[in-house]
Ligand binder design. Structure first.
Ligand SMILES: Cc1cc2nc3c(=O)[nH]c(=O)nc-3n(C[C@H](O)[C@H](O)[C@H](O)COP(=O)(O)OP(=O)(O)OC[C@H]3O[C@@H](n4cnc5c(N)ncnc54)[C@H](O)[C@@H]3O)c2cc1C
Length: 834
């Protein structure tokens, strides 16, 4: 066996095989794949092989779209037929809410370029008379997907990989990883058959690899242990049953009719497809248990769990309701296998936390569908430095070190059960909550806060009725304007007219200091560094010149900086910051000390024309009248102030575009500060405000948000952030950023939309019927009394007044490009003195 390679892929399921194939296709010549047993012997062999394009995520939709197109090309390349049946996929809706969900999904599909069609119940009945349709509202139909043979497509990719020079070694198990500082030394053991089991032999070896990719499926917990990291990928039981031939179906096919599409009755939580004259029913039932929380037992090879028919009775009965002829056919076969999940259902793809040249591809629940695209985009990341799409929503570091086995297991069970729930964009899932709470949580809850979950933190989304019944948030969700909408509007108005108090404790916070800190940060970020006591907004870029992280940097002292970034991305940002600083020091830069101080500091943001008046009630100073005035405390500066007995690092910024401050305070004094602010605010109309109103308000100021406008698929110049990019200095990613040019440009739009809905930030933008961009954010503007959105358009369409169309609920609505920061464009309100 070869013992020195450029890239070692661990795991020969659909995912690992595709990665090996795509690394070779992207030009890496020295790639080896190791599989402890046989190729496909993990979850891949027993998958039902469905390839659903339907997916609510932008990056994942791209991944699935690539797979479906790629699998169609494999036979020509390898001569192997993977059994791709392009029968289409009919997703039925029993309710109007479900149709709304499909229409929102169709917005993403349109942005990605995935074709969909709409069908009425009568049209379904006319084409597929075996399906009962009286209780349906309609359906969305994907004509280009279907199902494939999972083992065959894996073998075809393996053949394609071998043809491109990849070495595939079976019966070798990886048992240890050691990073030498420049490469990985991977300990491997030859596995042998013994009484039907697969056991380690005496034969071992060390393989040296520049890069390692793990795609170990159900063995992810063992991989995590070997690497000393957390990987919240734990499988859940998933079963499907195969019926005997259904005579009605057999007759239908004998009459020359085409195969049924894959049928999905989302409200009944199942998929059904034809299988040799019978049906395969795959339910996503309640109470499917997580398995292999710590490891896969040695005795479990290509094995299955016993069928639990009782658990899927409801779904079984509903299949009979939908396809009445299936009632009398018996069961022929059943499969109950482990299917890997993660707490949010997206796989974990990308660099491993804290490690160099170690890439994860774990936690795939739709791994046959995702394998092709994952291989393609991960190979781009490894070979070229970045993928052409923003892979952050799949990045393993979206989970921090706070994640435990218990959390992952319970969340993954929830995620499985939620596969077919209504995926409201304002959905907040309940399992494992509350977990990370700031001290003010109970006080906020007592006055009606309805919380969202950001990186495990509870953060108020909006404040509902004080005595709201349990489940208020859940029951008021909608694809249009949910029950929270009026509350958010009142909160947004409070900030525009008086004052609002936002809990922003979840912000990621890092302290960067030491002799090398200034030089490092100057190269690491795009903007000029602030002077001591001042702050700036700045960007760390990827090697490809796109946005990796948005930072607010506060300069505390000559060589001491406080970095604030998005709360959802604490581990993701911290990992990049630490690795970049290590590189800087390794290249001879001065010493830098970095601390994640996220959990030490609470943050309240107070904003609105009355915010200074509220703070004046509390501030202790020799001259309280001037301490918050423009002279002593100008916009974009930091001062250490005292509010009552609480020492506060106050930063004069407001993400809502009004006069305001962020009040960073010792976390243990949070309830004291909350009480003081709420009491002082009473006479000034101070209202607690949640994240939803804040999201609307920031769009009126054209403030880009990380994860929507800002990500690894756009440079800061494309994002229209030129004023935060200092072209007179050198910084990481500068050359690539400049060479990229403007592929698209970020704009703000006011929209005359439907009376009962706002855009969510997924909708396509059109001009003369042609797609010319997409929204990345959307909401309602209280300042303009209509819908607002931000997004990317063709660079020639940014002129103020450009009239476009946005598609919402299958109709086109007028949208007009407005100047950046349409509310208070001169920032006069933010700079207001007093
Ligand atoms: C009943 C059922 C039906 C499903 N239906 C579908 C479907 O219709 N469509 C769909 O897209 N998905 C489906 N899935 C999910 C799909 O099976 C998985 O997402 C997919 O197979 C995951 O592929 P993988 O390569 O990540 O993992 P696996 O196929 O599990 O492969 C991982 C491989 O890594 C090897 N390995 C692990 N550790 C080591 C080590 N240390 N050294 C060497 N090798 C190692 C294992 O032996 C294994 O072969 C289904 C799953 C189940 C259970």
């Amino acid at each position: 066996m070869k013992t020195h390679v450029k890239a070692l892929v661990v795991g020969g399921g659909a995912v690992g095989t595709s990665i090996a194939y795509h690394l070779a296709r992207a030009g890496w010549q020295d790639v080896m794949l190791l599989e402890r047993d046989e190729l496909t012997s993990g979850s891949t062999w027993h998958a039902a092989g469905l390839l659903p394009l339907f997916n609510m995520g932008y990056a994942t939709s791209h991944i699935h779209d690539y797979s479906v197109k790629f699998y169609k090309t494999l036979e020509e390349e390898t001569g192997l037929n993977a059994g791709f049946s392009v029968v289409g996929n009919l997703r039925m809706a029993q309710t109007q809410d479900r149709m709304d969900e499909y229409m929102l999904y169709a917005a993403t599909a349109e942005s990605v370029g995935i074709p969909v069609e709409w069908m009425t119940p009568a049209e379904i009945k006319a084409r597929w008379p075996l399906v009962r349709t009286e209780d349906l509202k309609g359906a969305i139909y994907h004509p280009t997907d279907g199902y494939i043979n999972p083992a065959d497509v894996t073998m075809a990719m393996a053949k394609g990989a071998r043809q491109r020079g990849v070495l595939i070694e079976r019966k070798w198990q990886v048992d240890g990883y050691h990073w030498t500082g420049s490469e990985w030394q991977v300990s491997v053991t030859k596995m042998v058959e013994q009484g039907g089991n697969l056991v380690p032999s005496e034969e071992t070896a060390i393989i040296t690899a520049e890069h390692v990719v793990t795609a170990t499926g159900n063995h992810a917990q063992r991989t995590a242990r070997l690497l000393g990291i957390k990987i919240p990928a734990i499988p859940v039981e998933h079963q499907y049953i195969v019926t005997e031939p259904d005579p009605a179906l057999v007759d239908w096919r004998k009459a020359g009719n085409p195969e049924h599409p894959v049928l999905r009755d989302a409200d009944a939580k199942w998929y059904v497809r034809e299988e040799r004259g019978g049906w395969i029913l795959g339910p996503y039932e309640r109470n499917a248990p997580a398995r292999f929380l710590y490891d896969v037992p040695e005795s479990f090879r290509a094995d299955l769990f016993p069928l639990d028919l009782e658990r899927i009775e409801e779904e079984y009965m509903s299949m009979i309701h939908r396809i009445p002829t299936s009632e009398t056919v018996g069961l022929k076969d059943d499969y109950n296998g482990p299917i890997c999940y993660t707490p949010d259902g997206n796989p974990l793809v990308g660099p491993a936390p804290g490690l160099r040249n170690m890439w994860l591809a774990e936690g795939f629940s739709f791994g046959i569908t995702a394998a092709g695209g994952t291989g393609y985009y991960l190979a781009q990341m490894m070979v070229e430095g970045e993928a052409e799409i923003d892979m952050a929503s799949l990045d393993p570091k979206r989970y921090g070190p706070w994640v435990t086995t218990e959390y992952a297991a319970r969340k993954n069970e929830e995620c499985y059960e939620h596969v077919f729930i209504l995926h409201h964009p304002d959905e907040e899932r309940e399992a494992c909550r509350p977990l990370r709470t700031a001290p003010a949580y109970d006080r906020q809850r007592a006055i009606g806060a309805q919380f969202g979950c950001v990186n495990g933190w509870e953060r108020p989304n909006f404040y509902g009725p004080k005595d709201a019944p349990t489940g208020f948030d859940h029951d008021t969700r909608s694809f249009r304007r949910g029950g929270w909408w009026e509350h958010a509007r009142a909160e947004a108005e409070a900030i525009r007219n008086a004052a609002g108090l936002i809990d922003a404790t979840a912000f990621a916070k890092h302290l960067v200091r030491g002799p090398g800190a200034t030089e490092f940060l100057d190269r690491f970020t795009t903007n000029k560094l602030p002077k001591v006591g001042r702050i700036n907004l700045t960007y760390a870029l990827t090697g490809a010149g796109t946005v990796r992280t948005e930072y607010t940097i506060v300069r505390l002292a000559e060589n001491e900086y406080y970095l604030v970034s998005a709360g959802a991305w604490a581990a993701y940002d911290g990992d990049h910051l630490l690795k970049s600083a290590e590189d800087f020091m390794a290249a001879g830069g001065g010493y830098i000390d970095i601390h994640d101080v996220t959990t030490q500091w609470g943050v309240f943001a107070i904003a609105g024309p009355k915010s200074r008046d509220v703070l004046k009630e509390l501030v202790k100073d020799a001259d309280p009248d001037t301490v918050l005035g423009n002279k002593r405390f100008p916009w974009l500066s930091m001062r250490n102030i005292e509010l009552g007995m609480c020492p506060v690092r106050a930063i004069r910024v407001a993400y809502t575009g009004e006069l305001g401050w962020e009040l960073h305070h010792p976390i243990e004094m949070q309830t004291y500060l909350w009480d003081q602010l709420m009491r002082a605010g009473e006479q000034h109309g101070l209202k607690p405000v949640g994240a939803r109103a804040q999201n609307w308000l920031r769009q009126e100021k054209s403030y880009r948000a990380f994860g929507t406008e800002l990500g690894r698929d756009a440079t800061p110049l494309e994002a229209g952030l030129d004023r935060f990019v200092d072209l007179d200095k050198d910084f990481t990613g500068k050359d690539r950023m400049q060479a990229t040019g403007l592929r698209a440009a970020c704009v703000t739009l006011l929209i005359d939309g439907p009376a009962d809905a706002d855009p969510w930030g997924r909708e396509a933008l059109l001009l003369n019927g042609e797609k010319i961009g997409r929204l990345t954010s959307g909401g309602y503007s209280v300042a303009f009394g209509k819908q607002i959105g931000m997004g990317y358009v063709r660079p020639d369409l940014t002129a103020v007044g450009t009239r476009l169309k946005v598609r919402m609920f299958r109709e086109l609505w007028d949208a007009v490009v407005v100047e950046d920061s349409p509310h208070d464009p001169t920032n006069a309100r933010i700079r207001q003195d007093g």
